[in-house]
Every structure is written in structure tokens, then in C-alpha cells.
Design a protein around this ligand. Sequence first.
Ligand code: HEM
Length: 538
Amino acid sequence: MSFNQFNNIAPVNSLGRAPNETVTRSKHFQLGQLDSLGLPLLCSLLFIVLYLAWKSRRTALPPGPSTRFPFWGRLKFSERKWEDFTELAKKYGPVFHYRDGQTNYVVLNSADAIFDLLNKHSRIYSDRPQAYVSNMLGQNKTAFRTRSDSRFFHVHRRMFNDAMGPRSVHEHFPLLEKLRIRLLSQLLSKPHDFIEHIKMSAGSAVLKMAYGYDVRTKDDDFLVSIMRYVRVTSTYGGLGTWAVDHYPFLKYMPRGFPGTSYRKFVEEFPAKHNKILHQTTDWVKAEMAAGRAVPSFVSKQLSDRVDNQDEEQEDHVRHAAAGMYLGAADTTPGVMMTFFLCMTLFPESQRRAQEEIDRVIGKDRLPVMADRDDLPYVNALIKECLRWHPVAPLGLVHSVTEDDDYNGMLIPKGSTIIANLWGLSKDEQVYPDPWKFKPERYIADSNSTPQMDPREWVFGFGRRICPGQYFAEASLFISIASTLAMFDISKAVDSDGKVIVPDGLYGGGTTSLPLPFECRILPRNDVMVEMVSLLTAK
Ligand code: HEM
């Protein structure tokens, strides 16, 4: 990419004459005259120069909506921003720009723009925007927010790759196969609480992998405190939550000045927040000291540590393990909820997947990880659940570390880059009939080539691509294939015998999950029920 356009935008031609004239005349000025006449004139000129410089830079920016006040104004978006962005893209094109307070945002709305910038130019597009309050909470040490040039970023990525990358993920298959028995058993005994079971199952998997901790109930202390950690992180540590994130000058304003309420929070909260984080690794250390520790990510990293780096290494491990939980907390359950929703709404796809399982595996055993390659339709159905409503509809924002030129548009250094994944999932050019649930779209046949595999984008991009992808895919496969083998999912019926059709609405936020809905979950055959009951009793 070249920066020529950016270099050429300085408004020399349009401004050259006016400043020169001033300089010529100013030769005849006496010092006293400067006070009475020159100073206001110089100020006006300075203002004009700044304004024109700002304006010409703005013309080079991608097109986009603007606020009434160039430096301070903020645009308002709905809770489901991705829908607003998709509408704006129709007007401004696949790459558009807007400002929020002092921050430049560039929104990418086409597969080409997303892959060109975030994959092909990942060297400069892999940073994360920083936020003052979030950093005070220590989140710049957690995987999601680390700077791309920081030691934390490189150490965490290496640790994640060792623990759950493509070469090591199979070590967790026995754990995932075991945990799905508990999920099936809970679905059998309390089908109405399926959302709670899904969340607990995903949480248990990651806590076992990260800390070697066995979650028994939903009120479990360990689970409750780490969930509190996640809640505080997402509620108070989100980018743009506090006015100071948009207007950094507020850092220098005295207490009581409008917009400084963050001060009380940063004085009181980070210590409490850190304590929760310490409790998790302290538990593992105590287990190790007592000789009871189950092998886990934390126990392995702590026993591998180099003595003279103890504290630093422990800090890395603590934040990396919390990052695993943060990464998994809503994402895998969100896709599982979409699966239950789509099976309720689209019975034909469910029937085809069950037919495949019955044919390939039979009706007298549950699927195992080794069956994955033999179930193409089930795999296609999982891909369609990932696309149907991407669980992170805008991915996670990136930040660009250098000025860049994309197709003649200036992407200024420090801009926050948003990939509109929801928009991509509904792009007719990429997914014809995007509102239809069609697993077949990923399967080649004599009439058509498969459509783009959504795993190319739902897990993010470049150096920031989700390090939990292989673990998540394995977990989704075993849970979904087993649920299909054992249960029929259909529309619930109310007390008057009326069929309840879920409205299929989703919530807003960084992760977007289906709003609570009802469905009926009934076992398909007695053999499976007996088998799961026996395995649960073991
Ligand atoms: C279906 C499930 C999942 C989806 C769709 C998903 C999606 C994503 C996305 C879109 C990102 C941002 C990538 C980017 O910035 O370009 C991400 C980052 C991340 N995910 Fe996942 N994820 C899932 C499951 C998991 C799981 C199970 C874990 C851990 C066990 C995990 C851990 C992480 C971490 C640590 C990051 C931050 C990486 C970084 O910033 O360097 N994710 N994920």
C-alpha cells in the first residue's frame, strides 16, 4: 500500500496564496501593530489553515456519515449496530468512515475489504484500540486487548497455541466427550432449562481445560467468581463505555467536572477485580502444593516456569487463563443456542442430519470425535449455525498502527477497524438466499460449487484470529452431533395446545445471542436414554 495520496493531501495549492500575502504585508508591521491587528489576523489564518487541513484530510477519508460538530459530535446507533452499518453501506459503499468523539472508525462491509485489510495487511491491522478505564482494570494484559507489539500478546498467543492449537486440541477430546454426557443427561431431565445447561456445559469445559476445575452446579463458587470477573470486564471495561475514552482530556479535569465519574471507579475497582483473578490461580497453586492438581493449562504453565521470572510468568498465566474463559463464555453457548433455535424453526434440516447420523453411526451408540469426517451434512449444519447469526456480529475491533491507503482512501493511523460480519453473512453475492437456513450451500454437487465456509471469517482475522477456534469447533461438533443423535427438537406447545413459533430475535452487544425462546426436546429412542443414564451414574 502506498501513502502517496496521504502525502499529497496537504492543502498547499489552495492555501499558498493567502499565507504568503500575510507574510509580505507583515514585513511592514511594527510590534505594537501586531497586538492590535496582527494577532487576530494570525489567529484567523491559523484557524482557516487548520480547518482546511482537516477538511482536505477528510475528503481523502472513506465516505461516511458525519456529525454536526466535526471534533466533538457523536453519532447514535441502535443496539444492533450491525444492522445500521449494513444500511449505511448501501449508501456509502463497502468501506465507510465515521467519527465518534475523537476516534476515527472505519467499517468494512464486504468480503474483499475485510480480507484485504485484516488478513493480507495483518501486519499493521492487528492492534487493539486502547481505553483508559479498561487499561486501569488491567485488561491490556488480557488476550483481547493486548497491544500487538506487547510482550503479553506474543507470550499469550504462544501459550494458546501450545494448549489448544491444531496440534494439541485432540488432547481435550476425551474431556469434551465426557462433558457432553452430562449435557445430554441434563437435557433429558430438565429440557426446559436447556439454555442454562448449554452455558454450564461450555463454562465447565473451559474451566476444566484452563484450571483443572470441575464445576458441579451453577452456584459453584469458582464459576460464580469468574462469571463476576467477566461481567465487570464487559460492563465497565468495554471500549467507549466511559466519556474519557472518547475525550481523553477528561483525564486532566478535576474531580466533579462533568464526565469524570470514572475516577471513583478506577480508584476502587481494579484492586477487587485483580483479587478475583488471583483467586483462580491461587486455587491451582494450592492443589499443586497438595499434590492433587489435575493437569491443566495453568498447572502446566506454572510448573514450566523459569524461576527468576516467577512473578511475570505467573501474571501472564493468570491473564491468559482468564482470556480463555472470556473467549469461551458466550461464544460457544451462543452458537449452541442458535442451533436449538434453527432446529426448532427448520425441521427438514434436522431430519436430514439425523438420517445421516443413523446411517453412518447407527442408533445404538453416541457419536464420538473420530466420526467427524464421516458426517458431512452435520458439519455443514454447524457451519450454517455459525453463519445464520454470527455470534460476534462485528467480530472484535482491530486498530491500525500506520496510515494506510486502501483503493485511494486514507485509513488514518490509530483508526478503529470494524468488520461487519453480520453484513457479510447476509451478502447475497456471497450467500444467495441469505435468510434461508441451508446447510447444503456448503456441499458441492453437480450443479453448484460450495459457498464460502463461514469459518473463514467468524473466528476473526490475521494475527488476532481466535486461538480457541479448534477447541470451539470440536466442542460444537460433539455437542451438536450427540444432541441430534439423542433428541428431536421441535416447537413447544402452550397450555391451550397452540404451537409456539420462536420469533428468532437476537440481543445486542459484542456477542449477540438469541433472546430466550421455548422449544420441545424429546428423546428419540430408549437405547440412548438408557446408555446416557448408565454413563451419568458412573
Ligand atoms: C464458536 C465459538 C467462538 C467464536 C465464534 C469466536 C470468535 C472470536 C473472534 C471473532 C475473535 C476476534 C478475532 C479478531 O480480533 O479478529 C476471537 C478472539 C479470541 N477468542 Fe474466540 N471465538 C470462539 C470461541 C472461543 C473459545 C472456546 C476460546 C477459548 C477457549 C476463545 C478464545 C479467544 C481469545 C483468547 C481471543 C482473543 C485473541 C487475541 O486478541 O489475540 N474463543 N474469538
